[in-house]
Design a protein around this ligand. Structure first.
Ligand SMILES: [Zn+2]
Length: 105
């Protein structure tokens, strides 16, 4: 089961595309699965926090959101460093392989 599917235990798709309804408070919102996660987790910006959500669900959703953001930031930072020339993973790997081969000989 994909992680996203868990969200549909607590929310249902609305009649219009991209709209979802919260199973706890019956609030309907746009923005699809991302916004309903923020609604459960009380992440400010796009939607209001759910007043009826279970604490366990709130914490679970918050973890999913923060984990996802951390991975995205890390990936962007790696790409930025490669672009600036701070880091060149391909060359590093080649060096290590060359050293390894030299040791065998
Ligand atoms: Zn709600």
């Amino acid at each position: 089961m994909r992680r996203e599917d868990m969200t549909w235990q607590y929310g249902i798709k609305g009649n219009d595309k991209g709209r979802v309804r919260c199973n706890f408070c019956n609030k309907e919102m746009g923005g699809g699965v991302y916004h309903i996660k923020e609604h459960f987790a009380w992440v400010k910006g796009n939607v209001t926090g759910c007043k009826e959500v279970l604490l366990a669900v709130k914490q679970q959703m918050l973890k999913i959101i923060t984990d996802g953001k951390r991975k995205k930031v890390q990936r962007e930072r790696d790409m930025e460093e490669v672009r600036r020339g701070y880091k060149n993973p391909i060359d590093e790997d080649e060096d290590q392989e060359a050293e390894f081969e030299a040791q065998i000989e």
